[in-house]
Ligand binder design. Structure first.
Ligand code: AMP
Ligand code: MG
Length: 428
């Protein structure tokens, strides 16, 4: 049996770690899931038009050479480069190839002194080894032998066409399993005729909000009640990261009900709990997880917002995160820590976290000791991006976050960053 009095139970073993250590711990576990197939990802077939953001569960091979023929990349004249070493050069026009035409070598080829008019995307006729852009040619007076073209630019062999198979050979791997499909991946699948694709099933991610003050958004909140916005922001982030959100009831700050909801959440592929992980008397999440024999990898990270974040697993490596309930903390800790685990559960190689760099518009003053992720606005134009921290009231200020489009990352040893310095950014 476990106690139902607040915060009296088992203390989790792991401690508070730096941001980098916390991130590496998640990446290590995520890589383990991915490599060892802790959860063998189930697969399903989807239509290519709905495959955006899905993770490939089958390799995509070239079904023929790419390009399938030597393809002109300019409108102009197919020539033999040796004929245009001295310019201007006059060549006899012996035919035309437009996109979609197939120039049978028996019927049309480019011999010494000849040129064939050609359009972008058309196959290069036999004998030609370069395409002169039409801009560098002119048609001369008709001559007894037929139409002549004057070439004004000297050409090297292989200019202005792509040889057959130069992009990929038939049978070559174009996209591997585990790739998350974006528009480029989808274009490749389309180009090899895959109208249906085998993809990983989306991981089911249980979302458990906790707190006696938290109410469903349809309810009229009492004077001290807060609507459950975290459920909705997390559902959006889960979908954005390729998962399927599974909503649980709101857990009160009470052990028995909290435990039964956590157990329900552990049925999914991943459990995300918000709230109840701080040091308060009614922050019971870690206690319940400890009672469920959870293994904790960290119980806090030296970051702000999001310091109380918890990461661990229950029996059979069912991973969970305890995200601090403050809405901005919930959002930031999802991006920093939950994403790689979701990627792994979806069948992807977990991706590294890459920060961008931009110049700071106005100075930042803060305290040392924590890696800070300050909501900020990145603006400017072309190469002249600058970033400025937005005014905010702390980790509960969703309105400030909605005005921001990124976070400025302040390293733990910096109390002051001057205007004009280059800083790291995390886009959101
Ligand atoms: P906690 O992490 O439980 O200490 O909560 C920190 C702050 O976040 C408190 O002000 C809570 O009211 C608020 N909060 C907790 N859960 C939610 C939620 N699901 N939606 C919106 N705010 C929340
Ligand atoms: Mg709470």
């Amino acid at each position: 049996m476990f106690s139902s009095s607040p915060a009296s139970g088992v203390a989790p073993s792991a401690g508070v770690v730096s941001f980098e250590v916390a991130r590496r711990l998640v990446e290590q576990h995520a890589t383990g899931v991915h490599a060892a197939g802790v959860r063998v990802p189930a697969v399903e077939t989807v239509d290519l038009l709905t495959a955006f953001g899905r993770v490939l569960a089958e390799p995509i091979l070239a079904d023929r050479d790419f390009p399938p023929f030597a393809r002109a990349t300019r409108d102009g004249y197919a020539v033999r480069a040796e004929d245009v070493q001295q310019v201007p050069a006059r060549l006899e026009i012996v035919g035309e190839v437009k996109a979609g035409d197939w120039p049978e070598p028996r019927v049309l080829s480019v011999r010494h002194g000849q040129a064939v008019e050609i359009m972008t995307g058309a196959p290069l006729p036999a004998g030609a080894d370069a395409v002169v852009m039409v801009e560098h040619t002119s048609i001369t007076e008709p001559s007894p032998g037929g139409k002549l073209v004057e070439i004004q630019q000297r050409m090297n062999p292989r200019e202005n066409f792509v040889p057959r198979g130069a992009e990929a050979r038939a049978g070559q791997l174009l996209l591997d399993r585990g790739l998350r499909l974006d528009h480029a991946g989808i274009a490749i699948a389309a180009s090899v005729g895959k109208s249906r694709l085998l993809v990983g099933r989306k991981p089911r991610v249980a979302l458990l909000s906790t707190g006696d003050e938290v109410v469903e958004i349809g309810a009229k909140p009492g004077p001290a009640q807060i609507r459950n916005s975290n459920l909705y922001s997390l559902a959006a982030q889960v979908q954005n990261a390729g998962g399927e959100p599974v909503r649980l009831a709101i857990a009160p700050d009470e052990l028995v009900r909290l435990r039964s909801l956590i157990e329900e959440g552990l049925e999914c592929d991943l459990l995300l709990i918000t709230g109840g992980v701080s040091m308060g008397k009614y922050d019971l999440v870690e206690q319940v997880l400890a009672e469920l024999k959870a293994e904790f990898y960290f119980t806090g990270a030296q970051i702000q917002p999001g310091r109380p974040v918890v990461f661990g697993s229950c029996s059979n490596k069912k991973y969970f995160f305890g995200l601090p309930g403050n809405p901005v903390s919930t959002m930031v800790t999802f991006e920093l820590f939950v994403r790689p685990m979701m990627e792994a559960l979806a069948g992807m190689t977990p991706q590294k976290l890459i920060f961008l760099r931009a110049q700071l518009k106005s100075e930042i003053r803060t305290k040392t000791g924590l890696t800070r992720f300050l909501p900020a606005g990145l603006s400017g134009e072309f190469e002249n991006a600058t970033v400025e921290v937005v005014r905010w009231q702390g980790s509960g200020d969703i309105a400030a976050l909605a005005r921001a489009n990124c976070y400025v990352v302040v390293p733990p040893d910096r109390a002051r960053i001057e205007a004009g310095e280059w800083v790291s950014l995390l886009m959101r």
